[in-house]
Design a protein around this ligand. Structure first.
Ligand code: BGP
Length: 481
């Protein structure tokens, strides 16, 4: 049996894409609550003032806030061992700097964890999944402002203390390395500048890049402080990092392509893990900052903090791979926040993300070889358009095929010797897409009746993949047919 006993099979979600209830029971607005929906060709725009006439996907999302019992019961039925969710920061501290946490917000997650316990499901909690209270973002220009570190540490301390007997597995920041790419500005900086602008920014000045890396540095410090405090609160906590797994191949054997792929892997993929696992900035970052005129604002004590707050395990999302080439004519591919050059050997999803299960095996081996700490795949899945068949059901064979191939690749990696803790497939219940804000891009085992414009009664239905995944879990990954 390749997967170890107690392997954490399950699914993953994020509060702003899943919960809804954006202004109920004392919750404050968070950054995603100001972002409109979009599509691949129409980028999501953000507004300083929330306009009641406009549809914002996070406001109701798929209403897990009022459906959590039903949703977790479905996870129980599939036999989930683990459910990854994030806590909505603004539900706990509505402005980020409130004197006391919001009791109703704390109560909601107690209820969620109690429900998980009923079915023997272990929660895996992301403390910040693309989330920042709006008030903090405005006051401090997002994570560029140092006071945000203290606000985060206070929030993390509150949830660690509150849920210390209910949650064992934690992640500090979702896909922290997205902040290492220009497209990640919005996630790390908040909404500076004029509004009604696209949520992603593709290019920037050295000053803007300096702000972005300062924001990322502040997140490193905040994460390290939280890890240290978490271990004091409960020494049994396992606290991990979370990276957008970005595997880059050289496009050709041209040594220049190979060097380019190495540089991209370093800064897009390894940089954050190197800081969070090893406790210090990697050697190659110095040259990158020098070549790009980037200056990071730091305090001397930060470097000791980074050393003291290294993580217990490495987790990541994996959807696709890309190539690097020095040829300016090489064809580009769409992608999960980072994009790259198209690989002629791979097919792509409807959204242009290149499907590469073998890449997952390669990536797992690379990560484990580099760090030798436990690894977990906390996001993987296929965003697709699901159409109801003549019999009224969702026969999502394409999703089953995608997941099967990736689970087989994990199996190989385990045989290779990788210490793999678990697998939480992304978007186990259909939810709002992070990059486009669409509902049409579905990942789930469970269908939700909701469309891009907010129509639908939110009822849930099992797809074919639901029954398939149930068998996979029951057989601990043996039965993949
Ligand atoms: C990751 C995010 C998730 C999720 C996923 C799929 O980058 O951590 O929040 O959304 O990608 O992306 P999308 O929703 O854009 O299809």
């Amino acid at each position: 049996m390749p997967f170890k006993e107690g392997f954490l099979w399950g699914g993953a979600t994020a509060a702003n894409q899943f919960e809804g209830g954006w202004d109920v029971d004392g919750k404050g607005a968070s950054v995603p609550d100001h972002i409109r929906g979009g599509t691949v060709s129409e980028p999501r725009l953000w507004d300083k003032e929330i306009d009641p006439e406009i549809y914002y996907p996070s406001h109701e999302a798929v209403d897990f806030y009022h459906h959590y019992k039903e949703d977790i019961a479905l996870y129980g039925e599939m036999g989930f061992k683990c459910f990854r969710l994030s806590i909505n920061w603004a539900r706990i501290y509505p402005t980020g700097e409130d004197a006391e946490p919001n009791q109703k917000g704390l109560e909601f997650y107690h209820n969620v964890f109690a429900e998980c316990r009923k079915y023997g499901i272990e929660p895996l909690v992301t403390i910040s999944h693309y989330e920042l209270p709006w008030a903090l973002s405005v006051k401090y220009n997002g994570w560029t402002g140092r006071p945000v570190i203290d606000a985060f540490v206070r929030y993390a301390t509150t949830v660690f203390t509150e849920y210390k007997d209910e949650v064992k597995y934690w992640l500090t920041f979702n896909e922290i390395n997205i902040g290492a790419g220009a497209m990640g500005r919005i996630m790390s900086l908040g909404m500076e500048g004029e509004d009604h602008k696209p949520m992603f920014k593709m290019s920037e000045t050295p000053e803007e890049a300096s702000d972005r890396f300062t924001a990322l540095h502040n997140q490193f410090v905040a994460s390290a402080k939280a890890v240290k405090i978490g271990h004091q609160i409960n020494p049994d906590f396992k606290i991990g990092l979370m990276i957008a797994g970005s595997l880059v191949y050289p496009y050709t054997p041209n040594p220049l392509d190979i060097k380019k792929a190495q540089d991209e892997m370093n800064m897009k993929n390894w940089f954050c893990g190197d800081v969070q696992v090893r406790g210090h900035y990697p050697y190659y970052a110095k040259r990158y900052f020098k070549d790009n005129n980037i200056t990071i604002r730091t305090e001397p004590e930060d470097f000791e903090i980074l050393k003291e707050g290294t993580v217990d395990f490495y987790s990541f999302s994996y959807y696709m791979s890309s190539c690097a080439s020095v040829d300016p004519e090489a064809l580009k591919t769409a992608g999960n926040m980072f994009s790259g050059i198209k690989n002629p050997y791979l097919k792509a999803s409807d959204w242009g993300w290149q499907i590469d299960p073998e890449g997952l095996r390669i990536y797992l081996n690379e990560v484990y070889g580099r760090y030798e700490i436990p690894v977990m795949v906390v996001e993987n899945g296929l965003g697709a358009v699901d159409v109801r068949d003549k019999d009224g059901k969702f026969h999502d064979t394409y999703r089953i095929n995608y997941l099967r191939d990736h689970i087989k690749a994990m199996e190989q990696a385990v045989e290779d010797g990788v210490d793999l803790m678990g697998y939480t497939m992304w978007g186990c219940t259909d939810l709002v897409s992070a990059s486009t804000g669409e509902m049409k891009k579905r990942y789930g085992f469970v269908y939700v009746d909701r469309d891009n414009d907010g129509n639908g009664d939110m009822h849930r239905e099992r797809k074919d993949s639901f029954y398939w995944y149930k068998k996979v879990i029951a057989s601990n990954g043996e039965d993949l047919d």
